[in-house]
Design a protein around this ligand. Structure first.
Ligand code: BTN
Length: 258
């Protein structure tokens, strides 16, 4: 029997239906496949390793054993445009889960749009994918979460870290992390469903990386620089440009300027 099979089963809130896999290409791909087959809201795919883990912009997400890889199918009753807010909701959930696991005084920040930094290095990322009907109604979305617990890639677009490297106790495993993430995700998704994006925005602002500082946002074909002023009511990044005008960015990668 493998070590993984000897471990206890994760205890998740009853709102989730857990699908446990030892190895998979990508939990997002598996969750999308299940969603297309009609999987219910709350179906959570968890794998011990991924062979082709994906990040935003189709980047590779290194996925060896010992880290957390999960994807949740959600079917919220909202417009496809609003559903994108759930990636911020997931970032908050992962941030709270990490805060509950790590020793006191560990710094947890959110790097726009939805990276989770531990002591200012990336420990987790979120990949949201969705599908709408031809009539423009949201059918399903998949929230993919990768959290580095035991290891992190030496070379990455953003300097990376793992919870273990930052001082997480040795006895914290993927199971505890999965339980903490699922608990906080349920609570933040319910908050969003009940009260909308504003409480999410406020919670993000409290710990957003680079607010009030000079930043560089790398867009698909351009780079813009300016002062990170605010998050708007949909989660867009409000940048004050050198000429004093404001520009709201909806997709890109943030870098602090040296
Ligand atoms: C990013 O920061 O670029 C997002 C990374 C998301 C990685 C997770 S791991 C679980 C799920 N399955 C995937 O293939 N990707 C997401």
């Amino acid at each position: 029997m493998t070590a993984a099979l000897q471990e206890r089963q994760p205890r998740l809130p009853p709102a989730y239906r857990l699908v446990t896999l030892d190895s998979v290409e990508s939990t997002n791909d598996e969750a999308k496949r299940l969603a297309r087959e009609g999987a219910e809201d709350g179906t959570l795919v968890w794998a011990r390793e991924q062979r082709r883990g994906r990040g935003r912009y189709a980047r590779n997400w290194a996925s060896p054993r010992g880290n957390l890889y999960l994807s949740v199918v959600l079917r919220p009753d909202c417009a496809p445009g609003e559903a994108a807010q759930l990636s911020f909701v997931a970032a908050l959930a992962v941030g709270d889960a990490v805060g509950s696991i790590m020793p006191p005084l560990t710094e947890v920040h959110f790097k726009w749009p939805n990276d989770i930094l531990v002591n200012r290095r990336k420990a987790a990322g979120i990949l949201l994918e969705s599908s709408s009907t031809p009539a423009g109604v949201l059918d399903w979305l998949v929230l993919g979460i990768g959290l580095n617990i035991s290891s992190f890639p030496a070379k990455a677009t953003v300097p990376a870290t793992s919870l273990r490297f930052e001082g997480c106790p040795e006895d914290v495993t993927e199971i505890q992390a999965l339980e903490a993430v699922s608990r906080h995700l349920l609570s933040w998704v319910n908050r969003w469903l009940e009260d909308g994006f504003e409480p999410i925005r406020r919670a993000l602002m409290y710990r957003i990386y680079g607010l009030g500082e000079e930043i560089e946002v790398r867009l698909a074909n351009d780079t813009v620089r300016g002062l990170f002023r605010d998050l708007d009511k949909r989660g867009g990044l409000v940048l004050e440009l050198p000429d004093g005008s404001q520009r709201t960015i909806t997709a890109g990668d943030v870098h602090l300027r040296p």
